[in-house]
Design a protein around this ligand. Structure first.
Ligand code: KG4
Ligand code: ZN
Length: 350
């Protein structure tokens, strides 16, 4: 079944086609330059820009792949969680297209999409990889999930305040770096001198899997405030100390989770998975413990529509005619645990 999907939950506008052989094509527009002067995503600007670009992206995708809408089996979109205005632009377009083309429609969960993104190829291979542990770390989310099966999630822990990527972005601002902050902090950290500065590891020794990064950001701010003059090397030392603290906590908690849950597979997804120290440290821990680590390629790790389309194809039996859908179009907050397995009705193949 050929699925057209729309992703507009935050600052990436993306559309994709996914079918029997995997990802057919994707077109996307990143809003990074739009938000850069503000040091973070401005929700109103994000919504307006999605609204401006989405239909053109769909048109381009269909034209360049010579796809006639009649070939589509399903229209899918990200229903949540995310910025509600941004979500609504994708939801409205998906409803309109499905209505006009007389297709069924499915709004899916963004985090479930990230979890599925590690196993897009071959299509439908996710269930064969379950159970596994998912570490989702992006600008909006940081959570550890025990994935028992598609739609069967146990959230072991999540951030109590800032997401890991958000902390990178805020620390980048404190250090006078650009947006997005993750890559900038990480680059600066490369020239940092190990051991010169040490920041606390929030909740490292707590018995549960909860995460917290806002206190760490405050520790960086305080450290900067107590110095009258800060040389470039000092900034690099602080960047390194911050990155080490984030990575230490994430890896320690993830490792504890796979050990206590006796899981031998871990999936790292979300924009922060691009962080080299995190990938390398997690890979070392996984290798030592005999756990296999799956990290999707960068184009699937950050927000994308291919994962939304792939997820919708796994859940195609949940799709409805747009007029039959009784759900709210978008959900800014949507706990992962509210999901259930896909309907078995008809057992349609993806
Ligand atoms: O998943 P994503 O593209 O968008 C959402 O937030 O949903 O993640 C973006 C986040 C940003 O906060 C960015 O600073 C962070 O991922 N990021 C990184 C790196 N590359 C991107 N954080 C740390 N190290 C990186 N190399
Ligand atoms: Zn995301």
């Amino acid at each position: 079944m050929l699925v057209l999907a729309i992703e507009s939950s935050c600052d990436d506008t993306a559309v994709a086609l996914y079918g029997g052989g995997g990802v057919v094509a994707e077109r996307r527009h990143s809003q990074t330059l739009l938000h850069a002067p503000h040091g973070g995503v401005v929700p109103e600007l994000a919504s307006r820009d999605h609204a401006r670009r989405l239909l053109t992206l769909v048109d381009t995708l269909l034209a360049e792949t010579e796809t006639d809408p009649s070939a589509l089996g399903l229209v899918a979109y990200t229903r949540g969680p995310g910025l509600v205005g941004a979500l609504l632009t994708g939801a409205a377009l998906a409803h309109g297209l499905a209505y006009g083309w007389r297709k069924t429609l499915l709004g899916v969960h963004h985090i479930e999409g990230h979890l599925v993104s590690a196993f897009l190829d071959p299509p439908g291979s996710l269930p064969a990889h379950c159970p596994f542990l998912g570490l989702v770390v992006s600008g909006g989310h940081s959570l550890l999930v025990h994935v028992h099966g598609l739609g069967r999630y146990e959230v072991l822990g999540a951030t109590r305040d800032d997401a890991a990527g958000e902390a990178f972005d805020k620390v980048a601002q404190l250090l006078g770096l650009g947006y997005p902050g993750g890559p900038a902090v990480s680059r600066l950290a490369e020239s940092g001198r190990p051991g010169r500065v040490v920041f606390p590891r929030p909740l490292l020794h707590a018995a549960d899997y909860a995460l917290s990064f806002s206190g760490l950001k405050t520790a960086v701010r305080r450290w900067l405030e107590t110095r009258s003059e800060i040389a470039a090397e000092d900034r690099a030392d602080a960047a390194l100390a911050f990155e080490e603290a984030v990575v230490d906590v994430l890896v320690a908690k993830t490792r504890r989770a796979w050990r206590s849950r006796r899981l031998d597979r871990v999936v790292l997804v979300g924009g922060v998975s691009a962080n080299r120290r995190l990938r390398a440290t997690l890979a070392r821990a996984a290798e030592t413990d005999g756990v296999s680590l799956h990290v999707p390629p960068p184009q699937l790790s950050t927000d994308n529509a291919a994962m939304i389309a792939a997820l919708a194809s796994l859940r195609c039996n949940d799709a409805r005619r747009p007029s039959e859908s009784a759900h709210p179009w978008a959900r800014a907050r949507w706990p992962l645990v509210e999901l259930g397995p896909p309907a078995l009705r008809g057992l349609r193949a993806a």
